[in-house]
Design a protein around this ligand. Structure first.
Ligand SMILES: Nc1ncnc2c1ncn2[C@@H]1O[C@H](COP(=O)(O)OP(=O)(O)OP(=O)(O)O)[C@@H](O)[C@H]1O
Ligand SMILES: [Mg+2]
Length: 302
């Protein structure tokens, strides 16, 4: 059913993935995004999420670039990164990526008022923020032992933050993640509206601070429960980060924030989304401040 590539990730035949997903049936579809459709599959006793990558408007995704991407992704092993288990790239068939299934779904869905699950309480939101910052910090740091380069994510957003069975955050879909010093692009994407660092947009220069900006927008979503981009708002208010610069948006009443947690998340979100990239905090700084609050909570409940 599967063989192993040099990097240790599994190589699946398209037919075997089809077998795992009931022939990619509608019943197995769990989501779709800019790059393709995601199906729930079963490998033995494990559940997996299989992403079938759509070719970009008539342009076939380059297999060499896909391989480069896969090599980089399969080097990423961290508790706050969704593990990539393997892939399938057969001539004439769509490219597929096989990830571990995250039963908690995406943070974007979880924050929706229509979510079937109970609203996330403030402390869970802080824990999720910690997980995002830790995962992103890991991506940015080169890991010489695994020969993992420094990687930019480039598409940090709440739809790419998945929750495991215990509600912990894992960063997903480094689908357009790149090695920090590489110009290789798989989808050629630039990020998602409402999350894109305006400095990057204007200058074309992507840095770690650009990922920090998008992370700040997710912090704003965690704080307010609102979406990063809302087309129903007047044009000035469509982007959450722009609205937050003009006015103090109330914290999500469903979360039950106390003053300290609200201030922590608000200050951090505003700093991460600062216009001047030099004013944005480092991820180490974000982690230390969020964990400071976490420690406070643990000692309070002791
Ligand atoms: N490993 C996974 N476990 C559980 N659900 C997943 C997994 N991967 C993706 N999903 C679900 O599928 C949805 C679509 O994911 P997908 O990555 O295709 O789109 P997206 O994140 O909205 O956009 P983009 O293509 O820009 O990343 C996610 O929002 C999530 O609900
Ligand atoms: Mg995604």
């Amino acid at each position: 059913m599967s063989t192993f590539a040099a990097d240790g990730s599994a190589k699946y035949s398209y037919a075997s993935l089809s077998g795992m997903t009931n022939s990619f049936s509608v019943q197995n579809k769990i989501g779709h995004g800019g790059s393709g459709v995601v199906f729930l599959g079963q490998i033995g006793r494990s559940q997996v999420a299989i992403k079938v990558i759509r070719a970009m408007q008539g342009v076939q995704v380059d297999d060499t670039e896909f391989r480069t991407e896969l090599n980089v992704l399969s080097m990423c092993k961290h508790e706050n990164i969704v593990p990539l288990l393997g892939s399938s790239s057969e001539p004439g068939k769509p490219l597929c990526l096989v990830y571990r299934y995250m039963p908690g779904g995406s943070l974007a869905d979880r924050l929706l008022p229509s979510s079937f699950s109970p609203p996330l309480p403030a402390h869970a939101r802080i824990d999720i923020a910690v997980g995002i910052a830790l995962g992103l910090h890991y991506l940015h740091q080169p890991d010489t032992e695994r020969r993992k380069p420094s990687i930019f994510h480039r598409d940090v957003k709440s739809a790419n933050i998945l929750l495991d069975a215990d509600g912990y955050a894992k960063i997903a879909d480094a689908g357009i993640a790149r090695e920090a010093d590489s110009s290789v692009t798989m989808t050629g994407g630039m990020g998602t509206s409402g999350y894109i660092d305006p400095y990057y947009f204007d200058s074309g220069e992507f840095t770690t601070a650009s990922d920090v900006f998008s992370c700040g927008v997710v912090l704003l979503e965690l704080l307010t429960g609102l979406q990063a981009f809302d087309s129903t708002q007047r044009p000035l208010d469509r982007k959450l980060f722009k609205r937050a610069r003009r006015t103090v948006i109330p914290a999500d009443a469903r979360a039950g924030f106390d003053e300290t947690k609200e201030k922590l998340l608000r200050d951090l979100a505003m700093e991460c989304t600062a216009e001047d990239i030099d004013e944005r905090p480092s991820l180490e700084d974000c982690i230390a401040r969020l964990l400071g609050e976490h420690r406070l909570r643990v000692s309070e409940s002791a």
